[in-house]
Ligand binder design. Structure first.
Ligand code: NAI
Ligand code: SF4
Length: 441
């Protein structure tokens, strides 16, 4: 059974409220941290090996240490709660049921970074959660954990919740900052990174909800102990939101030592595939990461089991592996059509492109149109090559990673399921009534 750090108290009734949270050890890590020097906390976070839980897996302690500290210039912590990656809903769970875990993590992180004004930028579709967060902020303030001179330390902190308006692109950190400043959420060119020039051109750390929540157990047990959980550079625990063709969709906390097979089939996690169907493929890290067919998902090319961690999922590179990403684990059974699935994603990325770069603005639209044509049984063999060519011209040629995120699912689908694309071209009369999955498994 995986160790629980973030969700260990999630089952307790009323844990959303300050009194219950506090009764179960809440804010003890904050009390401990506020007695430490910011440099000591930073060292603990570095030692823990915590990697950003939003998707990129960038080492959190390293990001914090990059924060510029010019004299007299305020700096900020911004929590990225714009969780919009299809298949990803773990941050929603944390904010809805454990809002004080996030606020306690923000207090520790803000104190470490020297931020007196910190923000939670939350996606517009999570319309009921800002009220939960704001109620928790009020409770924490009333108890002296926010506001002026927190616990008599002289440290002041205000936290504000800002609602987005439902744009996927505002989860990209610089688009998020633009939106927070009141402008259209267009990504900025990096560098400069937010750590140097972020919110209102001030040094800013942007961290995912889960990354900040993880700081609480790191302070509680110490960075060294935290780093012993998991394996290699995949330390600590990770929240996975599992969905698709599985018996038990939901949010699971894993310690990154379990195999993908165990995660899908064990009753502790997904509980297998409904109606005894076969596994066809999986997207383990949210829709932007490459889809992997069952044979490469359960085992690597060397025949080793594939594990639920950063290294093992990407083992073999993008040609055979995929990515841990945001932990949005989407399972496809034998009846699902990869062509249809890829078309749906292409439509999504086309709709969400901000339109600043030509390869992304035009390319995502082309990919969607071609995929739709193939799916409708109107495609030609050359369309598959054209699709491949377009995705290659998008990848690496855009301002922000949305372009790559649109290209990778198409590349992986063609790489691993080309026969299915060809089946759609060769069987136009069947394409709408019977998909490749049904015909070939
Ligand atoms: P990135 O790799 O460009 O950056 C990661 C973080 O490290 C950023 O905060 C960046 O500012 C910081 N960083 C990197 N190099 C730095 C340097 N030299 N100095 C200072 N800071 C530095 O990745 P990005 O664009 O932040 O995230 C992309 C990921 O987001 C994708 O892998 C995707 O999986 C994920 N994603 C997650 C979503 C969700 O809903 N959770 C939605 C869409 C994408
Ligand atoms: Fe906008 Fe797409 Fe360019 Fe990102 S890659 S800046 S979403 S056009």
């Amino acid at each position: 059974m995986s160790k629980k750090l973030l969700l260990k108290n999630a089952h307790i009734e009323g844990i959303r409220y300050f009194e219950t949270y506090r009764k179960h050890g809440g804010y003890e890590s904050a009390e401990k941290a506020l007695k430490m020097k910011p440099e000591e906390i930073l060292e603990e976070v570095k030692t823990s090996g915590l990697r950003g839980r939003g998707g990129a897996g960038f080492p959190t302690g390293m990001k914090w240490s990059f924060l510029a500290k010019p004299e007299g210039v305020p700096r900020h912590l911004v929590v990225n709660a714009d969780e919009s990656e299809p298949g990803t809903f773990k941050d929603r769970y944390l904010m809805e049921f454990l809002p004080h875990l996030l606020i306690e993590g923000m207090l520790i992180a803000s104190y470490t970074l020297g931020s007196n004004t910190s923000y939670i930028y939350i996606r517009g579709e999570y319309s009921w959660i800002p009220d939960i967060l704001e109620a928790a902020i009020d409770e924490a303030k009333a108890a002296g954990f926010l506001g002026k001179n927190i616990l008599g330390t002289g440290f002041d902190l205000e936290i504000y919740v800002q609602r987005g308006a439902g744009a996927y692109i505002c989860g990209e950190e610089t688009a998020l900052l633009e939106s927070l400043e009141g402008r259209r959420g267009n990504p900025r060119l990096k560098p400069p990174f937010p750590a140097v020039k972020g919110l209102w051109e001030r040094p800013t750390v942007v961290n995912n909800v889960e990354s900040i929540a993880a700081v609480v157990p790191i302070i509680e047990i110490g960075g060294a102990e935290y780093s012993k959980i998991g394996v290699g550079r995949s330390t600590g625990t990770k929240l996975i939101s599992a969905c698709g063709n599985i018996n038990k969709p939901g949010v699971y906390e894993i310690d990154m030592t379990i195999t993908v097979e165990e995660f899908i089939y064990s009753d502790e996690y997904c509980g297998g595939i409904p109606n005894g169907k076969k596994l066809k493929a999986c997207i383990p890290g949210g829709s932007s990461v490459p889809i992997v067919p069952a044979n490469l998902l359960l085992k690597t090319i060397n025949g080793e089991p594939r594990y639920m961690n950063y290294e093992s999922l990407s083992d073999g590179g993008f040609a055979t592996g995929t990515m841990m990403g945001s932990g949005g684990f989407i399972v496809l059974d034998e009846d699902q059509s990869v062509v249809e699935h890829t078309m749906t994603l292409a439509r999504f990325y086309n709709h969400e492109s901000c339109g600043q770069c030509t390869p992304c603005r035009e390319g995502t639209g082309w990919m969607y149109k071609i995929l739709k044509k193939i799916w409708k049984g109107e495609g030609k063999m050359e369309d598959i090559d054209l699709l491949w060519d377009i995705q290659r011209k998008i990848e690496g040629n855009t301002i922000c990673p949305l372009g790559d995120a649109a290209a990778w699912p198409v590349a992986a689908a063609i790489r691993h399921f080309r026969d299915e694309f060809e089946w759609y071209v060769n069987n136009p009369e069947l394409s709408q009534t019977q998909n490749y999955g049904l015909a070939n498994y």
